[in-house]
Design a protein around this ligand. Structure first.
Ligand SMILES: NC(=O)c1ccc[n+]([C@@H]2O[C@H](COP(=O)([O-])OP(=O)(O)OC[C@H]3O[C@@H](n4cnc5c(N)ncnc54)[C@H](O)[C@@H]3O)[C@@H](O)[C@H]2O)c1
Length: 304
């Protein structure tokens, strides 16, 4: 059986610099899956040292290279790719994960805020596809044939107009288009392109978003615990939390989303290409909850 392994591979994870997030979890999961080198990238370097120490403490010998860059910049993306190829001669996976939410209604959403969301999430994903794929096509004695996997973090906000603001919802729908089109454009290059579309995940997102929107490196002073608590409180306000009666009202942990992302990047998912894999605990298919069905009781136990 094929394993969900990234053994010996070199790759990138963007949005990996927060205290507690999907990118950080992907770095840890990639290390556990045998990756040789992971470039943990972010606009903020606040938690890079902590991430490196955490990976080391797991006993994995993965090299975690930390790299500050803004994913919306073509120039900075090229610098990253050149750095990887000069130092390691190959690129195998690229998790285009960085993003932010705005949470402003249409009345308060400015053109510059809308454009920044498109620049980061759409142009950033486009740059990952364009230059990431070119780097994945570089061969050597170590990597005799072109091969690679690009996994984009989309959102369940692409399936409904009610999960986020207009800019975020639009930007993530653009990401889905890039995934589908990218999978065709790269179909003769042995590179697969897929996305994971999470539902609510308890992460640093609410703390990092306003700062990331500025497009400059920032520092966060809060502890991981403070950030986790804040995120959980916000989701509870939306009626979503781990203690909810219905599975679809769960809030995922970032590690759960990382598991799906690693699976998509591994040969275990070799039949999957151009797919948007929704990982939202069934929230979007539950749509109106129990409004139409009435309260859904637990299923009866099978009686022998
Ligand atoms: N948390 C959720 O409920 C949820 C749900 C669906 C999708 N997502 C998506 O998951 C991804 C990861 O978010 P998270 O929830 O782990 O939050 P997070 O705050 O932990 O991680 C996002 C990271 O992206 C970085 N970032 C933002 N703009 C950047 C830029 N221009 N260049 C480089 N780095 C940048 C931030 O600094 C931050 O560290 C995002 O794309 C987000 O939209 C999150």
């Amino acid at each position: 059986m094929v394993e969900a392994t990234l053994k010996g591979q070199v790759g990138v994870v963007t949005g990996a610099g927060s205290a507690y997030g999907i990118g950080r979890s992907i770095v840890l999961a990639a290390a556990k899956s045998g990756a040789k080198v992971v470039y943990a990238c972010d606009i903020s370097s606040s938690y890079f040292a902590d991430l490196q120490e955490t990976v080391k403490a797991t006993g994995c010998d993965t090299i975690v290279e930390c790299h500050v860059f803004d994913i919306s910049s073509e120039e900075q993306t090229l610098i990253l790719i050149q750095h990887i190829l000069k130092n390691y001669g190959r690129l195998d996976f690229y998790f285009a994960n960085a993003g932010f939410v705005i949470y402003r209604g249409l009345n308060d959403l400015s053109v510059s805020q809308f454009e920044r969301a498109m620049a980061v999430m759409q142009t950033g994903t486009f740059l990952a596809l364009k230059y990431g794929s070119q780097a994945m096509s570089v061969t050597s004695s170590d990597k005799p044939v072109p091969k690679g996997n690009i996994v984009v973090t989309s959102s369940c906000a692409t399936l409904s107009g009610a999960f986020a603001d207009m800019a975020y919802t639009t930007a993530k729908n653009g990401c889905n288009g890039l995934v589908r089109s990218g999978s065709v454009q790269l179909s003769s290059s042995n590179i697969r392109v897929n996305a994971v579309a999470p539902g609510p995940v308890a992460t640093s997102l609410m703390s990092t978003s306003r700062l990331a929107e500025e497009g400059v490196e920032y520092k966060l002073e809060k502890t991981v615990e403070e950030i986790q608590k804040r995120s959980a409180r916000i989701f509870e306000g939306f009626g979503i939390g781990e203690e909810q009666e219905y599975y679809y009202n769960r809030c995922s942990a970032p590690e759960e989303i990382a598991n799906v992302a690693i699976f998509l990047a591994s040969d275990l998912a070799s039949a999957m290409n151009g797919q948007i894999v929704v990982a939202d605990n069934g929230k979007t298919v539950a749509a109106t909850g129990e409004a139409f069905t009435g309260p859904v009781p637990p299923i009866n136990q099978f009686k022998l």
